[in-house]
Design a protein around this ligand. Sequence first.
Ligand SMILES: [Zn+2]
Length: 172
Amino acid sequence: MSRGILRVQDLYARSERRPGSSCWWWAGRAIWTIDYGRAEKRVMSAPLAVYHIAFKAPPPDGHVAYMRCMNPMCIRPECVTSGTRAQLGAAIAASGRLVGAVPREKKLASLRKARVAAGIVDTPHEIVEALLKAPADETHQAAADRLGINMKTAWYIRTGRRRADVAIGVSA
Ligand SMILES: [Zn+2]
């Protein structure tokens, strides 16, 4: 991944087609590509990277990139979209509903997959670092707002209740 994945045809070349699916299947996770918002290359979650590659622009302010197909292995540009966190939540809930009457454990696993497909990834290392260096008199809410994460995540990390490498709902 030294040169990154920069073009739609690169996404196609790195992925495979599977019977019965229009998705482009890829076994990797993060992608090194151009962040058109910052005009520099960086590592991004696959959905966000696919968004940048497809639209040559970052998602609109307040939006997160996610795969409509909810396939955690998909990097097909036609599957990527963006929406508010509320829209993303609704999409995840809808994909959970599709699972219907399957056992709870399976349903939870499916929701976890949907979260991954939606670009919800582990809290980035630099955010964890910044949180741990936050002034002691900064409230969890203020630190969370400053770093663009939710308050509960900030609280978990600052109080050491959860390891930084556990997925806790931050979109990279
Ligand atoms: Zn797809």
